[in-house]
Write a protein that binds this ligand. Structure first.
Ligand SMILES: *Cc1c(COP(=O)(O)O)cnc(C)c1O
Length: 460
């Protein structure tokens, strides 16, 4: 009992502790309220633990350390840069498409002051935020017209609401997809007010299935690109071209949600063929929707391209106000589309594209470079062959041969956990309790950070 009272009495006092913390200039900027909260929280925890007999001793130094740790966290941003060593190029949890330094400096130049976001510099009067990029998207994709929203989910919803509210939309069962973050086509359709008519079976849908389902209430035939999975075996689906033929006969709108908007035909670089935005438009589909931050490699937004008379109607839909895209995305999207005016330039300037198309020899060389840096710091490692994934609900079964660097002689799970807690967290992969990073998603300026952090771990 006496023991307990002694422990309580000897706990650091809040006000004295704060004064001693303030002796260090580093913490002078922290508001008093934060200092008080951090200090009192830690001391209170010890007080309760003593009262509940959870502890029978403590070190004042440890208590101080805990308080300082809390204060250090105060100055850290919660949303931060991380190093992606997973090899998944479009990692949905790691922010999808990264921006280049050039794009970032363009953002800084454009947005550090006022801008002509909704101001027409020719007339000196009010302008439209959509005017900055419509012509550019049209030029690159060959579409008649274009419109953007804050993401692809809202692009799909806007189209369904405008053309099919209270009406039937026909879709194949094989295309009722759920993409990450629980975006489900059937749910979005319901929210838009459209009535979903499912046809065919999961693996096979024929032209006749569409025709049989058409009635006077039908307005649209919808195709959804199954971008995050692939049905193999006894399958059959109706092409965009066939869909267009049916639509013409019955005077219906055709739409395809492509998900990942590819503007470059990757098959000429040896990857599996996937439909590009241009190819889809050429098949005669009226409206095509896709994401800005998947294979396009730009900011989060949704892009709708297609027939002008339909897009003109979308521009007047009141939902567009709720789905509107902000100035940061507009700036980044204009920059991104500009790069696509030359394919060669796009591959050089858009990080996602350079990462996907990096040659295997270059990956191998970079893996050895990193491994050598490790060696200089006495980190034992081995260069290994790995497979990267494109990811992001894009190119479902496409894996890319790559090289990785595996750390030898360290508990992989422990290292993984440690590296998530460092200043610039490093996300790697662990197999059989061995930690490795895929070099494809690591850039050269990150080598030294990784080396330092792992070497720091070894010294502990
Ligand atoms: C990713 C994806 C979406 C959602 O796009 P967001 O830009 O994330 O809203 C919709 N449809 C398909 C087919 C997708 O792959």
């Amino acid at each position: 009992m006496k023991e307990k009272q002694n422990l309580l009495r000897n706990l650091p006092k809040i006000d004295k502790t704060i004064l001693s913390i303030l002796e260090n200039d580093r913490y002078k900027e922290i508001p008093y309220k934060e200092l008080y909260l951090a200090t009192s929280k830690v001391i209170q925890k010890y007080r309760e633990n003593i009262l509940n007999n959870k502890i029978s001793s403590y070190e004042v130094d440890t208590i101080m350390k805990e308080i300082i740790e809390k204060l250090e966290n105060h100055s850290k941003y919660h949303f931060r840069r991380v190093i992606n060593g997973t090899g998944t190029v479009l990692h949905t949890n790691l922010g999808r498409a990264p921006f280049s330094q050039e794009l970032l400096s363009h953002l800084a130049t454009t947005l550090s002051g006022y801008s002509n976001l909704e101001f027409n510099l020719e007339s000196g009067k009010r302008g439209s935020r959509y005017a900055h990029i419509e012509d550019l998207i049209v030029k690159v994709t060959g579409a008649e017209s274009a419109l953007i929203t804050n993401n692809n989910a809202s692009a799909v919803m806007l189209c369904l609401n405008e053309f099919s509210k209270g009406k039937d939309v026909i879709i194949s069962r094989g295309e009722l997809v759920e993409v990450g973050g629980s975006f489900r086509i059937p749910d979005i359709m319901e929210l838009s007010g459209a009535n979903l008519v499912e046809i065919g079976t999961t693996n096979r849908t024929h032209k006749e299935d569409y025709i049989k389902a058409i009635n006077e209430n039908t307005t649209m035939l919808l195709k959804v690109h199954t971008s995050n999975y692939h049905i193999q075996g006894f399958t059959s689906s109706v092409s965009g071209k066939e869909l267009k033929e049916i639509a013409q006969e019955y005077n219906l709108i055709t739409m395809e949600d492509l998900g990942s908007g590819m503007l470059i035909d990757f098959s000429k670089y040896g990857l599996k063929p996937e439909p590009t935005v241009m190819k889809t438009l050429e098949s005669g589909i009226d409206l095509v929707t896709f994401s800005g931050d998947k294979l396009l490699g730009g900011p989060q937004c949704g892009i709708i391209v297609g027939k002008k008379h339909l897009i003109d109607r979308l521009k007047k839909n009141q939902l567009l106000r709720a789905f509107r895209v902000d100035k940061m995305s507009i700036t980044a999207l204009e920059y991104t589309f500009k790069q696509y005016l030359s394919e060669e330039n796009a591959i050089k300037k858009i990080p996602i594209l350079s990462k996907i198309l990096e040659k295997i020899d270059s990956l191998k060389e970079r893996a050895y470079d990193l491994s050598s840096l490790f060696k200089e710091k006495n980190i034992v490692s081995e260069v290994i062959e790995v497979e990267s994934i494109i990811g992001g609900g894009a190119m479902p079964y496409a894996t890319l041969k790559s090289y990785g660097v595996k750390i030898i002689g360290i508990d992989g799970n422990k290292l993984e956990k440690y590296l998530l807690g460092v200043e610039i967290p490093i996300v790697g992969r662990v197999q059989n309790n061995e930690f490795f990073i895929d070099i494809r998603t690591i850039s050269e300026d990150e080598y030294s950070i990784i080396t330092e952090e792992i070497s720091e771990y070894l010294l502990k």
